[in-house]
Design a binder for this molecule. Sequence first.
Ligand SMILES: C[S@@+](CC[C@H](N)C(=O)[O-])C[C@H]1O[C@@H](n2cnc3c(N)ncnc32)[C@H](O)[C@@H]1O
Length: 259
Amino acid sequence: MHPHEVIPGRYPDKAGKRAFISELFNNGARHYDRIGRIGFFGTGHFHRKRALQMAGLQPGMDSLDVACGTGAVTRAIMEIVGEKGRVCGTDPSEGMITEARKNLSAEFEVGHAEDLPFPKSSFDFLSMGYALRHVEDLDATFLEYRRVLRPGGRLLILEISRPTTALGLIAARLYFRDILPALTWLITRSRDARLMMSYYWETIDACVPPDAILKAISGAGFAEVNRRVELGIFSAYTARCPDDSASVKDKSTTADACN
Ligand SMILES: C[S@@+](CC[C@H](N)C(=O)[O-])C[C@H]1O[C@@H](n2cnc3c(N)ncnc32)[C@H](O)[C@@H]1O
């Protein structure tokens, strides 16, 4: 299942999405951290770290941050797991990974969520921050997450969801569609950065509803699938890899990893 339909005016068809996104984030990478700090009033680090702790990330765990971008979630992971844990980050954008390497000493690899560059059962914890809308296929992504997680491993996906109340929708549209791209232009004077933030809302608005995401996570064989929502918009999806995940095969041996 695709997380949203084609976004009109951005790319012609589903096949064009990957190239568009790659250019979008490569061109916007050097502005991303500043927009994040100003656009989210400096709350981003606290929010990400608290969500990781609530999802069960603990000192010493081996952890993978998918769609790590410039390392906003990765940084919080490093603070929690400490020196004994392994911290890896992966992202398809070379530009974002370059920024992440300037900031942090974690292991960074270029890679897509749907095809992770890690062997099966490599991690105790997997996170993805504000990027689920960008994958090409939700089912393939969650199967891949299950493949690289160890039995009992934990999953956390942070996302912004389209509000369900009329008032919430008006407020979200006003901020994410109108104010944030304008603010981005003011602070960066970069068309690329403004486009990155315009596309942010366009994909939130078009994304499949949370129930479809929960169903896809369950469909990949995860247990304890849950969604916690704050302010009607900030979603934290959590799940656990079943203890009998020994049956999950590596992609070198089978294409349909689970079951
Ligand atoms: C909005 S940024 C989020 C960065 C960071 N996780 C955070 O919390 O700020 C979205 C990131 O998703 C990445 N991305 C896009 N398509 C992806 C895919 N198919 N698999 C993994 N990451 C992807 C982009 O390159 C970009 O770095």
